[in-house]
Write a protein of this length. Structure first.
Length: 165
């Protein structure tokens, strides 16, 4: 997945949501600060999953190489390949979801932030939009980290500069 694709999605949706919010802001219900919190929960879950998977894969690779894990190292269950494949798909989907919500919340923020001094509701909506952008960015970052953990590292036996599929 290209980071550029995520930026394009976020920027396009920021523009689109800014136009929609600009046209319909008066009829929108108030935006509560807790609306984007599920994105943060997903980001924490994916970050914890990435950390756990990275640890398990590192232990599994060390065991394959025959390295001595050390006296206090815990035994780690092998990682199922289908689990890694499913987590990679989850990470790719979550990165796009995070980019979409980052764009939407950024569009809301672009409209309400300048209107804080003019509109009473814009103050609370600005806080919600900032929290939304932060939570969506955290989801995107956690998803990209999980995706990078799921990548298969190159073999040490392969010659550098070889043909890649």
């Amino acid at each position: 997945m290209s980071r550029r694709d995520l930026v394009v999605v976020a920027a396009g949706l920021a523009l689109a949501s800014w136009l929609v919010v600009r046209a319909t802001y008066g009829s929108l219900p108030p935006l509560r600060w807790w609306l984007p919190v599920p994105l943060a929960v997903l980001a924490v879950a994916e970050a914890l999953g990435a950390r756990t998977l990275r640890t398990r894969l590192a232990a599994q690779r060390a065991a394959r190489r025959g390295s001595d894990p050390g006296p206090g190292a815990p035994l780690v269950r092998p990682v199922e390949p289908m689990l890694v494949a499913r987590l990679a798909v989850l990470a790719q989907a979550s990165a796009y979801v995070g980019a979409v919500f980052a764009g939407v919340w950024a569009g809301v923020l672009l409209h309400v932030a300048p209107a804080v001094s003019r509109l009473e509701a814009a103050g609370g909506d600005t806080v919600t939009a900032v929290v939304g952008v932060a939570c969506a960015a955290a989801l995107t970052a956690a998803a990209l980290w999980l995706e990078s953990v799921c990548r298969v590292p190159p073999d040490e036996d392969d010659p550098p500069g070889g043909v890649r599929a």
